[in-house]
Structure formats: C-alpha cells, structure tokens
Design a protein around this ligand. Sequence first.
Ligand SMILES: [Zn+2]
Length: 485
Amino acid sequence: MRLMRLIFLTLIVILMMGNAAYADNSDITLEDIQEGLVFCREFPVSLKVDGETVVTDVPPVIIKERTLIPARAVFESMGSQVKWNEEARLVEVGLGTSTVQLTIDSKIAFVNGVQVPMEVPAMILDDRTLIPVRFVAESLKCAVDWHDLSRTVILASPEINGNTTISAISFEEDSERYRIIVQGENIIEGVKSFAYDNPYRFGIDIKSAVLALKEDRLKMNNDIIKSVRFSQFEPNVVRVVMDLEEKIAGRVSYSPEKESLYIDFNKDQAKIYEELGEVTLDGLDVVDWRATEKLVVIDPGHGGKDTGSQAIRDGVEILNEKDINLDIALRMNRMLQEAGIRTLMLREDDKSISLYERPALANAATGDLYIGVHNNSSENPNANGVEVYYYSKEQESDYGIYTKELAELVQKEMVDTLGLFDRGAKSDPAYAVLNKTQMPAIIIEGAFLSNTENLKLMMTDEFREKYALTAAKSIICILNKSVND
Ligand SMILES: [Zn+2]
C-alpha cells in the first residue's frame, strides 16, 4: 500500500511539475521529493511550537535541505490565520501585522505585499499543503531553530505586544512642506489614516505600537498645523492627530527601512484645492479634501509583447487590447487628477509589466485603490457586454473602501451610460492583481473585442471617453464615501 501511495503521489508530482506555464520549481526533481519522503519516513522530523510538541497528520518532510510542514496545524496553534484560496492555489498565513502569500509550486512569495524569491515552493503532497517552514516563520517574525540530535524544528511566536516602540515625534519644514516625523525602534506597519471636519483634523493610527514618550503633544506655530497630539489610544495602538487650520490631508510615507514614518503637509495644497472648485470640466465632483491624499493606482492591462486580446478580421489586426486599455486609462488618469485625486499609472506607454510586478508596484507605492483597465474577448463571437471583477479582502475596512460596492457601482454606470449588456459584477479571488494587492482592487472588463457590435463601439472616441468618465465618477463617489462615516 505504502508503495502504491508513493507511486500515486509521484504521479501527482509529475503532473504538477509538467505544467510549466505556472510552475517554476523545475530545478526540484522528482528524485529530490522522493528522497525526502523516504528519508523522513525513516528519520521523522518533529515540531515544537512555543515549547509544545505539535503532531501533524502529515509529517514534515525535508526536500533539498528545506523543511516543509503542513501550514494549518502549525501556524494556527500560534493564533495565526491560515487561508486557502482554491482557485488561485494560494496559501495565505497572517500573524500580527505580517502576511505571507505562497502560490503552490511557485518560488515567488509575497511577504507583506512585496515579491520575495524562495528556494523551495509550497507544494501539495498527500492532499495536504506543505510550506517551507523557515521562510514562512521568519517572514512572520517568528524565531526558528533546528535541533539536529532530535531532528526537531523549534518555532517561537513573536512577542505580541509592541512590535514597534515609538521613540520620538518631531517636526521639520522646507520651502514646500511641513513634515511630522514619527520614529519607531522597529518597522512601522499597519498604519491607517483618517481626517475629520469641524474642526479640521488629520490623524493616523499605528497598530502594534507602544508610545514611549514623556510629552503628549508638539507645539506648532504655522499656517497649517495648530498642534500635534499623540497617545496610546488602545493598548496596542498609537494615535497621532494633527489639529489643522486648513483643509489639508497629510501624505503618509516611510523611510526606506520603514522605521520612520512621515506625514507631509503641502504648503500650497489649500490654494490648489481652492482652485479646483466644485466640479471639473467633465462634470465630475471634486474629491472631498479628506480624500485628496489617497492614491489610486491605474493599471492599463497588458502592454509590450503582451497584446492582450486582439480583434483580427480577415487576417487583418484591427485592435489590440493593450492599446485601447492604455487609451482609456490615460483619459481616466487625467479626469481623476482634475478632480484632485492622486494617481499612479503602472504604465504610460507600450511597455511590458509582468503579472506579479503589477500588484508589487501597487503595494510598493502604498496605493489606496487599484483599478485594472481591461477589455474582453471570447471564443464565442456572440459574447458581449461589460463585467467587473472584485475580491473582498478582510483589510478593506481599514481603507473604508468596499470593492463589491465599487464593482457594482461601476458595473451599473457602464451599463447605463454605454448601453452595454450587463454581465454583472463578479467576485473572483483568483486574479493575482486582486489577491496580491494589499489595497482594495477591481478589474473592469469594458467590452468584447471578439464581438462585432462591441468592437465597432470600442473604435469610437465616445466609448473610450465614457468608459473613463464612468469609472472616474464611481471612484470619486467611493473615495468620498470612504472618508464620510
Ligand atoms: Zn485583459
């Protein structure tokens, strides 16, 4: 029986490895896996978590000197959350403010939204997901040790309280801005910003932080900031609040090592905001002042050698999806900027961006909302209409932006203004740009290049302008709502 099972497993592994389209573990051979399984059956590996032995239904296995363990049993015993996304074959382990995402058979992990290469990928053996223990544990800030004599992996969960001690809060200015500097003794993470009217205030909450300051405020004397107050708002949350003279939202950024956090107030912002008026030339509402520092990442789908779908009629190439996506995205970008919104275009010309680079770039820029601009295609020439994809992530509440609501709004507006067939707003956790972005994210699939009627429409200026305008209008509506609770 044992041998049968091994042969069966082997077959699965061969099948897994055969799919080179998304597997990149080709340097791990079948022999490596077989050798590991046989050796660890003879010399089993044990696990200790915070001093307790943890017995797992599938034993740990060592492949190419990397120990793989079943994720759930081990990390849930630490109070960590382990999630499995079947469609995307994605394992997500979260602990404190850290998250690790592993795709089965892929040697690229996402640690807190940043791409990191691994030596051995997560894999499925015997119906259980095994993940490389050292890589994941260290990414979650756990201590990892190996006791050779007893062949034991020793794990210690990180200290729960006070990942960061806030040791200083200071102020500086140059000709363009006022800057508040929050200094941590460790990496500052899990920051949520907020702003209020009457009186004007802008603030941030830092999760997993402890305030180690004698004072509770910074006295200010300038035209924008009246005072800066800070407190241990909750046992694990430090709150910093700026009382303001003007309606100016602060812009949050970090030092490269993320131990310092900056809140910048642009000295010209009040004037800039005043000049915006109430509505733009296109008739869009100007964004609420409290949302002016939110960053919308616009991703024109495909690009460079990746054309996306193509409309080819009688052997002649009429339209590439990458080109119409870019055209629409550029219009959307201009409209959002005119409404006072900060934007980041992932490409502004015909360049290639890989699938994983897209969420990684959006995460690195600490975007607040990601919009994928696409158009559709089908084998069936009759398929037509608009659809919008979303994936409701837990952290959406931190942003106050709910993608189901946004997707349904965009969907409805696109149907109403363009008269397109309504294919619906759809939840789909499988898209990398939806499940690997830290911020709320949607993908708009405007119309079908493969449908004659849709294509005719897509060739017009009117379609592209209305697509952009409709999306921009919905984005502004949702951003304004996010600061209005
Ligand atoms: Zn596309």
